[in-house]
Design a protein around this ligand. Structure first.
Ligand SMILES: Cc1cc2nc3c(=O)[nH]c(=O)nc-3n(C[C@H](O)[C@H](O)[C@H](O)COP(=O)(O)O)c2cc1C
Ligand SMILES: [Fe+2]
Ligand SMILES: [Fe+2]
Length: 401
């Protein structure tokens, strides 16, 4: 049975959600599932904007058929060629053999890489800023390279102000009937996943995201229709400002994030002592994570969120503990920058984790280590409390200004 929703008289939601998949892109845990959005526009010509992932192809194809109400499909707009959105293209071509595929030169090249059907004969190649009229509707294509992949573009329908934004403004989380952000407790229930999605999927490309936001600012946007998660028709400026914060690598909140690794519990004890000392100096908004317990995608997202971060790790075979090392590698890979940091190391014979963490932090842009490295030999001792207090003081200055 199809499951569509009408967004406007002639615009229909034909996407579907997957609550079964454990790891998005086989790496990001998605406890709350994920939706693959897709949209049909019924104009003089019919239009489908992107397809969906294989996992939801049955429901998606049923939805498309129902939305078309017996008409054929004239245009498939391919804003993004990643398989979570392009997986059903070949099937669409089989079902609607006259369909024209709208994309840019890079899109066409990727279609030919992923598929063997004759794409050239049905391709409508657009350049940045080109417009496609389908009758009442008129779609302007704005290129958004690296707002996830190089071929990405967004489509702005100037007849109704709808921005089909591809992966931009998407989020993890399956939909449940309600498809609009204003029907949900977005800030309470969705924002953490939206941040984790953005930071991990496109966080590295802040400059390109800012460029796209600048182009979008010139458009009279009434609705944002992303490829994942709810549609935005109210409070659009609030969500765009979140993107501006994330894309410009500015901390979202003044707050203390402490991420530690610990085998036997002594490093964990030290960070608890540090957190209490910081709280004693009036610091609020303190968060502690064990890097072995919490998925690295959450940790990366939290590092982007807070202003001030402590990294604490035992020395492990003369290296940083692997889970902590993974976090640092991932932060570097996501162009993490512009934060205050402090480092705690532990070891029972030859300590090197502190130096190695400091080296990794210094390879990132504007990550400022604001206190001397606190070195613990097996367990924190009373005589080290002045050093803990000194670190807590520096953290409090960073947060309270
Ligand atoms: C597999 C393994 C390798 C280790 N390698 C080192 C090392 O190279 N240098 C060192 O000083 N301590 C090393 N240690 C010891 C721990 O770093 C040390 O006991 C530390 O105090 C543990 O802190 P924790 O109580 O927070 O787990 C190693 C421990 C393990 C289990
Ligand atoms: Fe993508
Ligand atoms: Fe996607």
């Amino acid at each position: 049975m199809h499951n569509t929703r009408r967004i406007a008289e002639d615009v229909i939601y034909v996407g579907a959600s997957d609550r079964r998949l454990a790891l998005f892109e086989n790496v990001y845990p998605i406890e709350r599932g994920v939706s693959y959005n897709s949209y049909v526009v019924l104009d003089e010509k019919t239009v489908l904007l992107d397809t969906a992932d294989h996992s939801v192809s049955r429901e998606f194809l049923e939805n498309v058929e129902a939305a078309l109400q017996g008409r054929t499909l004239d245009y498939l707009v391919v804003n993004h060629m990643e398989p979570d959105h392009c997986a059903v293209i070949a099937e669409i071509v089989l079902r609607y053999p006259d369909v024209k595929i709208v994309g840019n030169q890079k899109t066409l090249q990727m279609i030919k890489q992923f598929y063997t059907f004759d794409a050239d004969s049905r391709a409508v190649i657009v350049k940045d800023g080109d417009t496609l009229s389908t009758g009442k509707h008129s779609f302007t294509f704005v290129f958004a390279p690296m707002v996830h992949w190089p071929e990405v573009m967004v489509a702005f329908d100037s007849s109704n102000g709808f921005l089909f934004s591809a992966d931009a403004f998407g989020t993890f989380g399956a939909l449940a009937g309600n498809i609009y952000a204003d029907e949900l407790d977005f800030e309470g229930e969705w924002l953490d996943d939206a941040r984790r999605y953005y930071i991990n999927i496109v966080g590295k490309y802040g400059v390109q995201v800012m460029n796209t936001l600048k182009k979008a600012a010139a458009l009279p946007i009434k609705m944002i229709l992303p490829l994942h998660g709810p549609i935005w028709r109210e409070n659009i400026g609030w969500f765009i400002s979140k993107y501006q914060t994330w894309a410009s690598y500015v901390p979202e909140e003044k707050g203390l994030l402490i991420v530690y690794s610990s085998i036997y519990g002594n490093t964990a004890n030290a960070v608890d002592v540090l957190a209490a000392a910081a709280a004693g100096k009036g610091v609020k908004n303190i968060h502690i994570y064990d890097a072995s317990k919490t998925d690295v995608s959450v940790l990366v997202s939290e590092c982007f969120r807070y202003s001030t971060i402590v990294f604490a790790s035992p020395t492990y075979n003369a290296e940083i503990f692997p889970k902590m090392e993974m976090l640092l590698i991932e932060l570097k890979a996501h162009a993490f920058q512009n934060r205050d940091a402090a480092v705690i190391e532990n070891g029972s014979w030859a300590l090197s984790a502190g130096r190695k963490i400091s080296e990794m932090l210094s390879s990132m842009k504007d990550v400022r280590v604001i206190a001397p490295v606190l070195s613990i030999k097996s367990s924190l001792k009373e005589e080290q409390m002045p050093l803990v207090e000194e670190m807590a003081e520096a953290l409090a200055r960073s947060i309270k200004g």
